[in-house]
Design a protein around this ligand. Structure first.
Ligand code: SAH
Length: 391
């Protein structure tokens, strides 16, 4: 393969790709990216079961529905917005990104120029002075609803009303604007305090026929097109008949649980983050799904409690963070012995480790593995694996 890394910045299709680090393969043809991911997943997982061809995107650009920009003041340039240079706090000005939603990028540019005309000072990380720190834009792929989160260093926002009305005049597609106050010297983007200054304070999106409420802080997959494909694959792997008791572990705002609920007897979701559980409960209500219960708990502990109570569970979905699952979780799973397990993973290394653990006791075998390209132009891979219990 050609060494695209060595390609001159001038010849790159993105002028900041060397400094940003957000996408490692911006100049690699898409087909080649998919082949590379297929080889990586195959190398790690083919010993467990059949690895199907990776599902790529027809149009792999501008897929990110969540866009973040950091604001800064630079001598000679004035107010800039962009990204942190990889592993530093230097801000690289960016006008647009090939992976991000184009409307979101335009909104960020408008905020940059409004900040100039309103003479809003950007926040200085060294001194703690100034107001505007970050802007976060989230777009509902199917609904077109747009949320703008203005992260400010102080709750006092002079000329707030005029700013909002000018921004909405430029972008009538914005449905809500939230101020998030972060006055700590931290690299975390969002602070604790929130104030809705326009609209409802959240957006909705539609996935697999269900409506999902998304709050500023809830986890939501960044690529809606591929998420739908991933969840359909996961539910297909579960082979539900309408009678099963299903667990959705690490369930976030309940996306997989609610997608599967129509084809199951009942679904139990478990998630650690309180805001996400609250969204999940609201999402069940909005979609009038009655056979789902959500619990706020550590997934491993919750599974152990189910095992100790000798609950009957037929199918378990698990979608853990990059670090993978835990032995506590998997021991409980081996004790509960559901007929099928569907493991969704954003890290094939920890998936390989966990599949090794689950299959080592000869209770389960891996039927099939499908990689889904959720993150074109980056090295990240999403994988869905179907396991079934041995008789
Ligand atoms: N299935 C969801 C979320 C997947 S992301 C979706 O596709 O949208 C992983 C989720 O695991 C996050 O929501 C995170 O808050 C949650 N999580 C992390 N550690 C956890 C733990 N120990 N127990 C339960 N949930 C956990």
């Amino acid at each position: 393969m050609k060494d695209y890394k060595k390609q001159n910045q001038k010849n790159s299709r993105c002028e900041v790709s060397r400094k940003c680090g957000g996408c490692q393969n911006i100049d690699v043809p898409y087909k080649e990216q998919l082949a590379k991911k297929q080889r990586r997943v195959g190398g790690l997982l083919k010993g467990f079961g059949k690895v199907r061809p990776i599902i790529g995107m027809d149009q792999p650009l501008h897929y990110r529905n969540k866009v973040h920009a950091v604001f800064d003041f630079q001598k000679g340039r004035g107010i800039v917005s962009g990204i942190y240079q990889e592993r530093t706090h230097n801000v690289i000005p960016v006008d647009g990104c090939l992976l991000e939603d184009e409307k979101a990028d335009q909104i960020i540019l408008s905020i940059r120029s409004l900040a100039k005309s309103f003479k809003i000072k950007t926040y200085d990380e060294d001194t703690g002075y100034g107001l505007l720190r970050h802007v976060l834009v989230r777009v509902g792929h199917a609904t077109g609803q747009i949320m703008v989160v203005l992260v400010l260093g102080s709750p006092i926002f002079p000329s707030k009303k005029n700013f909002v009305s000018e921004l909405c005049k430029l972008h009538p597609e914005i449905t809500t604007i939230v101020v998030n106050v972060n006055n700590r010297r931290t690299s975390m983007v969002l602070g604790d305090k929130e104030q809705v200054i326009y609209g409802k304070g959240y957006i909705e999106d539609i996935l697999c026929g269900r409506t999902f409420k998304i709050s500023p802080k809830s986890f939501y997959q960044v690529n809606a097109v591929q998420t739908e494909i991933l969840y359909q694959k996961a539910v297909e792997y579960a082979r539900l008949t309408g009678k099963e008791t299903v667990v959705d572990a690490y369930c976030g705002i309940g996306t997989i649980a609610l997608t599967a609920a129509g084809q199951a007897g009942k679904v139990i979701g478990v998630e650690l983050n309180r805001d996400a559980v609250r969204d999940a409960v609201a999402n069940a209500r909005v979609n009038q799904v009655k056979n789902v219960d959500f619990y706020q708990n550590d997934a491993g502990r919750f599974m152990r409690q189910l095992a100790e109570a000798q609950e009957k569970v037929d199918v378990v979905f698990l979608d853990p963070p990059r670090s993978g699952s835990t032995e506590e979780f998997m021991d409980a799973l081996l004790c509960l012995r559901p007929a099928r397990v569907v493991y969704i993973s954003c890290n094939p290394e920890t998936l390989a480790r966990d599949l090794g653990y689950l299959t080592s006791k000869k209770q389960y075998r891996v039927e099939e593995i499908t990689p889904v390209d959720m993150f074109p132009f980056t090295d990240n891979i999403e994988v869905c694996a179907a396991l079934s219990g041995r008789k």
